[in-house]
Design a protein around this ligand. Structure first.
Ligand code: SAH
Length: 219
């Protein structure tokens, strides 16, 4: 390795630690989640031109009008999903860059992830392969309908915002299962955790957020 490469590596190690420190200050407590953020190379999930900003705590464009989520939000959603005990099978809606998937996958048994934009999904698939992430099943489909073929799920994570809590998704949770999702209109959304109960569901508001909208159809 040339000294130049070493230099870049060290800088990014420091920048990653700075990001972890910031997430701690913002209230992320789960050490396994912080560890995943530390060890997931976010610069490989954005365009090379944006790689130098990959460890800033901001959302960044990934093409097709979509964004890679802010690290704090990825950490918060992962923590909210895992709080209350380990989960095995997870459904993710909105693979996007694949970053949230890559953070989550080693913490659970299997992630089924769906994306409606094929070019984004193909890029994400290549990233999972090159990072040797093997417990992810990808599907090019309208995830708003869930993935009934693998249901029920212990957890569902939605990374684009529907206007309300989609009943079809609640129905794909096993009793006791949890779903973390943003709901609401553009610029006016809440992050919500839904827990399926024997006779319906309960939900808790976690915080205000801004996500791209959940859209119908595939492209
Ligand atoms: N977790 C992703 C966030 C990507 S933004 C990341 O960290 O990169 C949300 C993604 O949801 C976009 O890629 C968008 O195309 C996708 N999306 C929106 N509506 C969808 C739907 N109905 N089914 C599947 N994916 C959807």
């Amino acid at each position: 390795m040339t000294p130049g490469h070493l230099g870049i590596g060290m800088t990014s190690q420091r920048t990653r630690e700075r990001l972890i420190q910031r997430l701690r200050e913002e209230g992320i407590r789960d050490l396994s989640v912080l560890d995943r953020i530390r060890n997931t190379p976010r610069h490989l999930f954005v365009d090379e031109a944006l790689a130098s900003r990959a460890y800033e705590d901001t959302a960044l464009p990934i093409g097709n009008g979509q964004t890679i989520s802010q690290p704090y939000i990825v950490a918060r959603m992962t923590e909210a999903l895992l709080e209350g005990g380990p989960l095995e099978n997870i459904l993710e809606i909105g693979t996007g860059s694949g970053y949230q998937t890559a953070v989550l996958a080693p913490l659970v048994r299997r992630v089924y992830t769906s994306e409606r934009v094929k070019v984004l999904l193909d890029q994400a698939r290549r990233r999972f392969q090159s990072l040797n992430i093997r417990n992810v099943v990808t599907k090019h489909t309208d995830g708003g309908l869930g993935l009934p073929e693998y249901a029920p799920y212990d957890g569902i994570i939605v990374t684009a915002a529907p206007e309300g809590i989609p009943r079809v998704l609640v129905e794909q949770l096993r009793p006791g299962g949890r779903m973390v999702l943003p709901i609401g209109q553009r610029d006016e959304q809440a992050l919500v955790r839904v827990t399926r109960t024997a006779d319906g569901y309960q939900h808790e508001m976690l915080q205000r957020v801004v996500f791209v909208p959940l859209l119908g159809g595939v492209c």
